[in-house]
Design a protein. Structure first.
Length: 141
């Protein structure tokens, strides 16, 4: 149970979880539902297939689901470490497959932003959810 609900008792993870979760919700909403200027699941799946992430619809569903539902869970501080592991893998794939060849800077669709999100994910794997989280409620129950 400590793997799921373990963590420190600090509060520093709260703003990190909220900001990271909001970014993930937005990106997942774009992929899954076409919200906020996104292309939706079908077009995202076609794009993923076109860059070699096959099967495209499955990959788009996984990426969008991890981002959207994982973002909600991170804001709540629920299953923080498992979500952070999934998001780390997702960000590593985005960094290496999608953005690496464009160089560092985000202005050129480079890996800068994916690297920051990867670092945040790894940080949450290490630290857990913190004091103000549902993980903490379950940990102390």
């Amino acid at each position: 149970m400590n793997v799921l609900f373990g963590g420190n008792n600090g509060i520093a993870d709260l703003p990190i979880r909220i900001a990271f979760g909001a970014v993930f919700i937005a990106h997942g909403g774009q992929k899954l539902f076409g919200w906020w200027g996104g292309f939706g699941l079908e077009a995202t799946g076609q794009w993923m297939a076109s860059i070699g992430l096959e099967p495209g619809m499955v990959m788009a569903s996984l990426a969008g689901g991890i981002e959207f539902f994982g973002g909600i869970a991170l804001i709540l501080g629920l299953f923080t470490r498992p979500i952070a592991v999934a998001s780390s893998l997702l960000m590593f794939i985005a960094l290496t497959v999608v953005h690496w060849s464009n160089g560092f800077f985000i202005s050129a669709n480079g890996y800068e932003f994916a690297l920051v999100l990867l670092a945040i994910s790894v940080s949450l794997i290490i630290s857990g959810s913190g004091r103000y989280s549902l993980d903490s409620v379950f940990r102390n129950a």
